[in-house]
Ligand binder design. Sequence first.
Ligand code: SF4
Length: 344
Amino acid sequence: MDLAQFQKLFDKEPRYRLGQAKKALFQDLIQNWQEATELPLSLREELNKKCPIELSAKTFVSKDRNTIKALLILKDDLKIETVLMCHQDKRNTICVSSQVGCRLGCEFCATGKMGFKRNLDVWEIIEQVLFFARYLKKIKERITNIVFMGMGEPFLNYQNVIGAIRILNDKEGFNLGARHFSISTVGIIEGIEKLAKEELQINLAISLNASNDKLRSKLMPINKKYPIKKILNAIDNYIKKTRRRVMFEYIMINNLNDSEENAKTLANLMKKPLYFVNLISYNFTRRSLGEGGPTGIFKPSPSLRIKKFKETLEKEGVMVTQRYRFGKDIEGACGQLVVKDRRK
Ligand code: SF4
């Protein structure tokens, strides 16, 4: 949907009409403007013609039914993926994409191997949320958290990501509290600095994955531009300004970044107030076992090594959590589904 066009349609209507339309779209979660019966028929018809809201997607459900992955088809036939993770404590988190593909080429990520196509616009980001909000409505549940950890680097599409968050956070709109949003970045410093100035209490995560620049640059080429020290300086300034906690994500890859020495170097970097580390097992897929796909070179660390790594961090006084592995049988890692579909 073209948001400017949407706004334009309401310019000639009484003010309350826009509120009615937003309520129908974001709270009643209608799938077609004809369902918005508070609006006059002629307006509904015009909205359907100029601002259609139907969504089409292929979905894939994990065996434990806790994870659903949707492959959404965009207006130019490009595809993006969005994942719904249903936690046992009733939280429903969706992981949204911010770009089609990604130009940063992280070694462990299938999206990085796809190359970059384009940024998503504000509405295309919102559509991912609406798709799963409509799905959850049918089972009387709702989205509780939105994380920008899907395809793409959110800070390289800063304006549209923040624009979508503002609409989803709007009380008249989707009305999800700011603290329920998280942005994960490789450490684009300009983005961290801009976010510190926004009056939005959203969460920030840094995808760190290595405790020294040599290894991080090998895994994430963008580290040459934004090395660890520069990122941590930017984070310290961010914390000074916002007083908010920052999460450092660390994907555990077998025999690469999971040694005792790696844990100790990481602990030295992370021993700061309001820093915390989230250990993530490298997603275990057929391709990561070596079927020759783009992520075929890595394997996840064994769980015992992750446990030991975590204990070392804790002993050093670092706050650390471990993320449950969602959707491994539906290729739940970043970008894997789209790559698979393109091959077909
Ligand atoms: S991990 Fe994120 S930033 Fe790196 S290539 Fe994948 S999508 Fe891009």
